[in-house]
Design a protein around this ligand. Structure first.
Ligand code: PMV
Length: 326
């Protein structure tokens, strides 16, 4: 089988995490890290094999790893069961092998990437033709098991594998998104805090705060919305200095939403000190990952400084369309 067609992409959110849940704009882009799944038929029974679970483990991870672990360990099984039911293949025996190169619960969209990989893998195996829109809609249903009320941004990037400006569904309006073009690849450094964090938790913390004083929080969301819209222009011009400024402001506003963490603050400070033009948390926050952009000749130095402090980094690029790694 063509494994390339069975990849679900991981993602970074450049602007608009959390405010996207309230109907505001966000920009997300796929990263080179992905999840693949290979499905093969067997006599009977369903087997789900996820070899060598990839974790974001480092010295900072020990404690929160365990609590997050017990909460999400059965999710892959529930996701696979839902997909089997929706594709109408519950009478068949199959073996689903998952190959993750994406750490879980790190804010990089692993659950959506897993759903897309399994959907594509099953469709391949059972010769079911699915459009990308159908894959996306089913992956969104899977995300609802994981997150409760997801905006749909993760599954959309995991499915389409290109940078997008996204708005979630609202009443009668269905979710919409448009491609954001970039003139040349923009290098991005991803820093992992090693602290696993569940997005459902930070989303609910923000919900509680918003419910207490909606107008105060709507004001913050509106400002983030403006940053995301300005970010489209900066990306399309390849203006990384402007992009960096916008990211720094977005991080400040995420701080105002109280979804940052000591480790995220440390990584953001290290990135800026070592020459990054912009640095912010990405995804749900409370742990998980941050991203930084720098002039191409500074990216290795920025990543090196984070590593020296004991953190795991990944280098990726924002590019027009991301091919799954060979
Ligand atoms: O933590 P992640 O990678 O699932 O990102 C979630 C982004 C949020 O805006 C916080 C939630 C959502 O559903 O959009």
């Amino acid at each position: 089988p063509d494994l390339g067609r069975t990849a679900g992409f991981g993602k970074i959110i450049l602007f608009g995490e959390h405010s996207v849940v309230y109907g505001y704009h966000a920009i997300a882009a796929p990263i080179a890290l992905s999840i693949r799944a290979q499905v093969t038929r067997q006599e009977s029974g369903t087997e789900l094999v996820i070899p060598g679970l990839v974790t974001s483990g480092n010295a900072h991870s020990a404690e929160s790893a365990e609590s997050a672990e017990s909460a999400d360990s059965d999710l892959p099984v529930r996701i696979a069961a839902l997909i089997i039911e929706r594709l109408g293949i519950s009478a068949s025996g199959m073996r689903i092998e998952v190959f993750p190169s994406l750490p879980r619960a790190s804010g990089l969209g692993a659950s959506a990437a897993l759903a897309v990989a399994i959907i594509r893998g099953m469709a391949n195996c059972f010769n079911i033709r699915l459009t990308d829109n159908e894959v996306n809609a089913l992956a969104f249903e899977c995300e609802q098991i994981v997150h409760g009320t997801p905006s749909g941004i993760d599954n959309t990037v995991a499915t389409f594998g290109r940078p997008i400006l996204f708005r979630k569904a609202n009443g009668a309006r269905s979710a919409n998104f448009s491609a954001v073009t970039v003139p040349h690849p923009i290098p991005v450094i991803i820093g992992l805090t090693g602290v696993r964090s569940l997005t459902a938790r930070t989303v609910s913390l923000v919900r509680t705060a918003w419910a207490k004083s909606p107008s105060r929080y709507d004001g913050i969301f509106e400002q983030i919305d403006g940053l995301a819209l300005a970010g489209v222009g900066a990306l399309e011009r390849g203006d990384i200095a402007e992009l960096g400024d916008l990211m720094n402001i977005n991080h400040g506003l995420l701080n105002a939403l109280q979804v940052s963490s000591p480790e995220l603050e440390t990584l953001v400070a290290i990135a800026r000190r070592s020459g990054a033009l912009g640095a912010k948390l990405t995804g749900g926050g409370g742990g998980g990952a941050m991203i930084a952009i720098a002039e191409p000749d500074r990216t290795v130095a920025v990543a090196g400084a984070m590593q020296l402090a004991g953190y795991t980094t990944h280098l990726t690029e924002i590019r027009a369309a991301t091919e799954p790694p060979a």
